[in-house]
Ligand binder design. Structure first.
Ligand code: F6P
Length: 347
């Protein structure tokens, strides 16, 4: 009897998810395996939502954003009996292996199900935030940086024409990868990220210094997870009420507060643009399509070789595999060297 390979996408949608699904499926079909979509992330295993994937379903999806099999932030560990239902539905559906495509939350669940229940699962690292350890890059990140950079380029024209400070708020959760990379690429004058406690006073001083040098506009890139930090020692996260099933607060809004503070403290007219989910939407860049495709092939190979509990990863330019546990044990933050590249152009 041919093997049945399940595939699920969990967490926030991300450009390149469909490219991974296509690669996993194509390589598995070549081996004579069947491929089954587990719908809407871990919710599909908790509730038993499956859909057969054949050549027709995966045709034409390489350039498509989002995920054709749905996603959710469902955490089976957060509800009574959730894990038992996952194991039961996995068995009932007759799955032999699972490819879990996700970030720290989705893959954290995969790691636990593998170590605690020997679930035959392999992982693929997805997230626009690029905050997963044990891989140099996650797919989706390049697209988010490309979108943010284009936005910064466009905002330059309004900043110049109106002599304004334009604050751009980007995603990234508790790491500043998108802010640093798009800020460097877009020539930002100040970049604020969670990893570097630069104060609001210092940010304003950099803007004033720049204006004193004859530049009458500035671009400030702020990561949604940056804590407003003051010389007094006060620190404040801006977030919405409530938490998701993994205990994450919904970030967003720091750009607005920052723009108001900059205007009050410097006297320069300021505006904010929150890029939000635009960074996650639409077609993946060629780089993300290629990376996602290579990850998908690797995941299918790990399944074929029955090397479960592993995750496809990028080291340099080589696709390797690492332990799911190592990949989810800690968050990959922006190193100081990267911030120094960015801050060389401040003010
Ligand atoms: O993890 C990806 C991400 O886009 C973060 O950058 C952001 O904080 C979060 O997801 C937003 O989540 P949601 O789509 O649930 O609002």
């Amino acid at each position: 009897m041919s093997k049945q390979i399940g595939v699920l996408t969990g967490g926030g949608d991300c450009p390149g998810l469909n490219a991974v699904i296509r690669a996993v499926a194509r390589r598995s079909f070549d081996r004579g395996y069947d491929v089954v979509a587990v719908r809407e992330g871990w919710r599909g295993l908790v509730e038993g939502k499956f859909q057969a994937l054949g050549p027709r379903e995966i045709s034409g999806i390489l350039p498509r954003g989002g995920t054709i099999i749905g996603t959710s932030r469902t955490n089976p560990y957060s509800s009574d009996g959730g894990v038992e239902r996952v194991l039961r539905n996995f068995g009932r559906q007759g799955l032999d292996a699972l490819v879990a495509i996700g970030g720290e939350d989705t893959l954290g669940v995969a790691a636990s199900l593998h170590s605690e229940h020997e679930l035959p699962v392999v992982g693929v690292p997805k997230t626009i935030d690029n905050d997963l350890a044990a891989t140099d890059y996650t797919f989706g990140f390049d697209t988010a940086v490309t979108v943010a950079t284009e936005a910064i380029d466009r905002l330059h024209t309004t900043a110049e024409s109106h002599n304004r400070v334009m604050v751009v708020e980007v995603m990234g959760r508790h790491t500043g990868w998108i802010a640093v990379m798009s800020g460097i690429a877009g020539g930002a004058d100040v970049i604020l990220i969670p990893e570097e406690p630069v104060t609001v006073e210092r940010a304003c001083a950099e803007i004033r210094r720049r204006h004193d040098r004859g530049k009458d506009f500035s671009i400030v890139v702020v990561s949604e997870g940056y804590e407003l930090t003051y010389e007094s020692g006060e620190r404040r996260t801006v977030a919405q009420a409530g938490e998701d099933q993994f205990g994450h607060v919904r970030l967003g809004g720091v750009g607005d507060v920052l723009a108001r503070e900059i205007e009050e403290r410097t006297g320069y007219e300021s505006r904010v643009t929150v890029l939000g989910h635009v960074q996650r939407g639409g077609s993946p860049t060629p780089r993300d399509r290629v990376l996602a495709t290579r990850y998908g092939l690797k995941a299918a190979d790990l399944v074929h070789e029955e090397r479960f509990g592993r995750m496809a990863a990028l080291h340099g330019d080589t696709i390797v595999d690492v332990s799911l546990r190592d990949a989810t044990a800690e968050r990959k933050t922006v190193p100081a060297e990267w911030y120094q590249v960015a801050s060389a152009f401040f003010g």
